[in-house]
Design a protein around this ligand. Structure first.
Ligand code: PLP
Length: 406
């Protein structure tokens, strides 16, 4: 994270002119949060609106995204305990109110102590916790650790099967002096891959069983149940419970085209997500190549005619997928420009023959709007045979992020 700065000003490259940069649209962050909030209040209930900042905030950049989402969401979910502590640090520095923060990833004993001290919730997902309880007891963080129990309802990843919950109740009771049960969570396996939700329904039934056991063990506790990520929040209202964990939707991206489709049916109207991120790059040089020239490693592209190319100082090192070679286009002055030949580690060559000649470098948009044209993370994902989650998460943490639209 050390290289990341939120530059003030224009969003144009400063001293690192030889690099691509990201623009984060603050207005889009607000719009997406407002959309989810409106969606959920429509039913009269007001579940806690949570956002997910894992994976360097889905590649958008943890520090700038934290500042943008903090005022908009009720709760912040992180995987990394140090990201969660950074939330408290921001709140302290900026005099902001403390939000609910939950670490869903694995934590060690010392981390659990630090998190408890800062009032950050942790998730119990396996039974290796007797050591952690012991450490909490001897470190005396001043309050009990707030614990959510992860029920594995059919994802086959972290968490307890519903019939293992009695053992969890026992562990929590035995360590009631240091552990405070505050929630129960689970995670769906395929809400975004399908338009019918029978597997999700089965997961919900398993969750009910696990939660019932937990509630029976702690009849006095107010358990916050949370299950839904972006897709289920959009297409499966019964899964919203007391809180939702909106990840990809925070950034204005759809979990999948299936989710986009089924949300229209389940909500009875289309809803809009506004992409937060644009990825741009200034050319390192522009030149004419004679007809017959080839471009890039493997000589996979051959110019049929005299071709003007722009060489962009970015490549797969920066997270632009090499698999998009031969398929992708970028935008220059609102026009599509084909990516020529293979994507290199640090260079991308594009065809700018149709762009009016100028002594200035060209500015290419790899993801985002330029004029009336648009390249989405989803398009880039299709070209690279992956999903938008992977495209944005793999954008290098070394790139400059600037915030626009404040
Ligand atoms: C990543 C993640 C989410 C968010 O998922 P999206 O599909 O990005 O909304 C929610 N909950 C858990 C446990 C996750 O790991």
């Amino acid at each position: 994270m050390g290289h990341m700065t939120v530059a003030e000003g224009s969003g144009l490259p400063g001293k690192a002119a030889q690099a691509s940069w990201l623009e984060l649209d603050a207005a889009a962050v607000r719009k997406n949060a407002a959309m989810f909030r409106e969606l959920m209040s429509a039913e009269g209930r007001r579940p806690t609106l949570g956002t997910v900042l894992k994976g360097n905030a889905y590649g958008h950049g943890f520090a700038p995204m934290l500042e943008l989402v903090h005022p908009e969401y009720d709760c912040i979910f992180a995987i990394d305990p140090y990201d969660a502590l950074a939330v408290r640090e921001l709140e302290r520095r900026a005099g902001k109110p403390a939000k609910q923060v939950v670490v869903t990833g694995a934590v060690g004993g010392e981390e659990a102590v630090e998190l408890a001290r800062h009032g950050i919730d942790i998730v119990l997902a396996d039974l290796s916790w007797s050591g952690i309880a012991e450490q909490l007891r001897s470190a005396k963080p001043g309050r009990r650790a707030r614990v959510h129990v992860f029920v594995d309802t059919g994802l086959g990843r972290e968490g307890f099967a519903a019939d293992e919950v009695p053992a969890v109740v026992e562990l929590l009771r035995k360590n009631a002096d240091v552990l405070e049960p505050v929630g129960a969570m689970s995670h769906f396996a395929n809400t975004e891959d399908v338009t019918e939700q029978s597997y999700a329904q089965w997961q919900l039934d398993n969750f009910e069983r696990g939660v019932a056991t937990l509630k029976a063990g702690f009849p006095e506790a107010m358990l916050q149940r949370h299950f839904a990520a972006s897709a289920a929040t959009l297409v499966l209202p019964p899964s919203r419970f007391e809180a939702v964990r909106v990840g990809i939707g925070t950034y204005g991206l759809w979990p999948s085209s299936e989710t986009r489709l089924s949300s229209r049916v389940s909500l009875g109207r289309p809803v809009t997500l506004t992409p937060v991120l644009s990825w741009r790059c200034k050319s390192q040089l522009v030149k004419w190549l004679p007809a017959g020239s080839s471009v890039g490693y493997g000589c996979t592209y051959r110019c049929e005619q005299r071709t003007r190319v722009a060489v962009l100082p970015m490549g797969y090192f920066d997270g632009y997928p090499r698999l998009a070679s031969g398929r992708a286009h970028v935008l220059v002055k609102g026009q599509r420009c084909q990516v020529l030949g293979r994507v290199s580690m640090n260079h991308l060559v594009i065809d700018v023959t149709r762009i009016p000649e100028s002594p200035e470098p060209v500015t290419a948009t790899l993801i985002g709007h330029d004029g009336n044209a648009n390249v989405t993370a989803e398009m880039l994902a299709d070209w690279a045979q992956t999903i938008s989650y992977e495209i944005v998460t793999r954008i290098g943490s070394h790139l400059r992020r600037t915030v626009v639209g404040r």
